[in-house]
Design a protein around this ligand. Structure first.
Ligand code: A2P
Length: 280
């Protein structure tokens, strides 16, 4: 869990992050985040929209792990696109987290429905604000989430700094191959949210068969597959035993045959076009 990828700006990012989407604010998010840090996770992924920044921040403060040894991501929500809005929203997130910087700040969705006619200008404004936050050292890296190629190409027209990360719905059911290749060409790291298909992977017998053969769990096999693809998986759980299990990925390998079985699951449990709240 202390292995890292290196972002385009040489910042190191732990290869597995602890996901907190759908983790309720309060005791649940607090305890899950503490459990994750205790289990050795050093990368925590939250967002303004998850509503749990305060509890996540409190767990970070109480964890006993030095701030510089943790990697913390949060995200700009759809209501706050635009230069001034982004500046204000970033300040609110920092305050809720109780931090004086984040490691990574992302635009959560490229094209919120409410802003359909002005998405490009709004993203350009948000990005300018994020570049300022980055240059001020308040975010050690900046990036996007759910951006398709057209959104990235539009952003590149005005960006001085290129996004370092694109956080995407990536799992065996949908690998967004063309977009991932585009990101790789541009030195943008692909982070994988819903790496377990928001839990739907557990209903897939083919993965269970591979897991049983290797004496590993379904979650471990699929997270290993995600790492093997060069993704940065962000598994979510609120159960300590699962949190621990999801971090134990470094003592086994998948054979080419195992990998082929998992590669064959395209479309089995959803795609990036239909997660909840999709805003393209
Ligand atoms: P829970 O939080 O109750 O443990 P994803 O990361 O793709 O969004 O998937 C998260 C879902 O998978 C949640 O419902 C979570 O449930 C469940 N989950 C996470 N890790 C495991 C695991 N190791 N075994 C079984 N279910 C898991």
């Amino acid at each position: 869990l202390t292995d890292t990828y290196t972002l385009a700006n040489d910042v190191k990012i732990p290869v597995v992050g602890f996901g907190t989407w759908q983790t309720p604010d309060g005791d649940v998010a607090y305890q899950a985040t503490l459990d994750a840090i205790k289990a050795g996770y050093r990368h925590i992924d939250t967002a303004a929209a998850y509503g749990n920044e305060e509890s996540v921040g409190k767990a970070i403060a109480d964890s006993g792990v030095a701030r510089e040894d943790l990697f913390v991501t949060t995200k700009l929500w759809n209501d706050d696109h635009g230069y001034e809005e982004t500046k204000a929203a970033f300040a609110v997130s920092l305050k809720k987290l109780g931090l004086d910087y984040v490691d990574l700040y992302l635009i959560h969705w490229p094209n919120p429905k409410a802003l359909r006619s002005e998405w490009a200008a709004r993203n350009a404004g948000s990005w300018r604000a994020m570049e300022e936050v980055y240059n001020a050292g308040q975010a050690k890296a900046i990036g996007v989430s759910n951006f398709q190629i057209e959104h990235l190409e539009e952003l590149f027209k005005t960006a001085v700094i290129k996004p370092m990360v694109n956080q995407l719905f990536l799992n065996p059911s949908d690998v967004q191959a063309e977009l991932v290749a585009f990101d790789n060409e541009h030195n943008i790291l692909n982070e994988a949210y819903s790496p377990l298909g928001t839990g739907r992977i557990f209903d897939v017998p083919e993965v269970k068969a591979v897991a049983d053969k290797l004496n590993k769990s379904v979650a471990q096999v699929v997270l290993r597959w995600s790492l093997d693809k060069g993704f940065l998986p962000l598994p979510k759980s609120t159960h300590e035993a699962r949190i621990i299990e999801n971090g134990e990925l470094f003592d086994f390998v998948l054979s080419a045959d195992d990998t082929a079985v998992i590669d064959g699951l395209t479309g089995k449990f959803g795609s990036h076009l239909n997660p909840n709240e999709a805003e393209f």
